[in-house]
Write a new protein. Structure first.
Length: 324
């Protein structure tokens, strides 16, 4: 999928670990004993809060609790993250394939994931997310799909408000939806035609070091783990080789470990400056309402944003049309 995307939880939940009143059980199976002794965390997709923990023993870990309805969760264990639906019944997760099976909504999610994996066009993905949301409004898949639908569209706050009027009441209070609303407000504040908003990396380097100083500036929000980000680097490199004496280039490495950023810079042959702030550095993306990367932006010599969401041949043509 083209953009890195975010997930949701739904509803209020009550969990009780490993007791006789449990109405759901998550059985996680590992291929060998290498994870024995590791702690497994069951967390909320929406808030990131830890809901249950368990220790892997003899290639297994079992997490049990009570649930009223369903909610999206994330299993964190042995350096891996697996998203699935917690609902009544026994849920089986085989770490080899990372899929949750055994309950109706998880089986439905697996079908949906398979359908999404076949799509490359954003508009087709958007349509599928919207259909999934409409069909699953009252279960955990609904808000998950709704959030993706928001992220794949540049909605204004007014448009999101209109969508929420048709959604179940609890959607508006979800943290992921609140974040989408804030992002839409920042998109308006940093839209094409607006002066760029400055920010600084933890080392003190500011975007204004490169932007608004008499030259056009190409700004690339990216991360080492992001496949689509890496695929855009050769396109940026072509532009850099042709226009580096006439315009500025700067990468903004977000949501990434510094060591991984440095390794990717070497692997990809990035020779332009890269601002970085670590895996929890969200200020740049928060300021610009960026919910998915790569996100490439062009700023004119006076510091006015002239293009956002550039990529591939469209990006190349946009720069070449400047006649620098």
């Amino acid at each position: 999928m083209k953009k890195l995307l975010y997930f949701l939880a739904v509803g209020l939940i009550t969990l009780a670990a490993c007791n006789q009143n449990s109405n759901y059980k998550v059985v996680v199976t590992f291929p060998d004993n290498s994870a024995d002794g590791d702690t497994a965390y069951l967390t909320s997709y929406d808030s990131g809060d830890t809901l249950l923990t368990g220790v892997v023993k003899d290639k297994f870990v079992v997490l049990e609790g009570e649930v009223d309805g369903s909610f999206m969760s994330r299993l964190l264990v042995a350096g891996k993250r697996i998203g699935f639906v917690v609902e009544k019944g026994e849920i089986s997760i085989m770490m080899q394939d990372g899929k949750a099976t055994g309950t109706a909504l998880n089986d439905r999610m697996n079908v949906l994931d398979e359908e999404l994996s076949k799509l490359e066009d954003d508009s087709l993905m958007t349509d599928l997310f919207y259909k999934a949301y409409k069909y699953n409004k009252e279960n955990a898949i609904g808000p998950w799909a709704f959030n993706y639908y928001l992220m794949y569209n540049s909605f204004t706050p007014t448009q999101i408000d209109s969508l929420l009027k048709d959604a179940p009441e609890g959607y508006r209070n979800l943290k992921r939806v609140q974040k989408a609303i804030k992002a839409s407000e920042q998109l308006v504040a940093t839209a094409v035609g607006k002066k760029f908003t400055d920010f600084s990396a933890p080392n003190g380097t500011a975007l204004s070091k490169y932007a608004g100083n008499g030259k056009y500036t190409l700004v690339d929000f990216w991360a080492s783990w992001c496949g689509p980000c890496r695929r855009e680097i050769p396109n940026i490199k072509k532009l850099y080789e042709k226009f580096s004496s006439k315009m500025n280039f700067v990468g903004v490495a977000v949501w990434d470990n510094p060591d991984d950023t440095h390794k990717a810079v070497d692997e990809l042959g990035i020779v332009w400056p890269v601002m970085e702030g670590g895996k929890n550095w969200t200020e740049p993306t928060d300021l610009y309402g960026v919910s998915g990367i790569p996100h490439i932006m062009l700023i004119d010599p006076e510091g006015v944003i002239v293009a956002r969401g550039l990529e591939g041949e469209t990006m190349i043509k946009t720069i070449e049309d400047l006649k620098l």
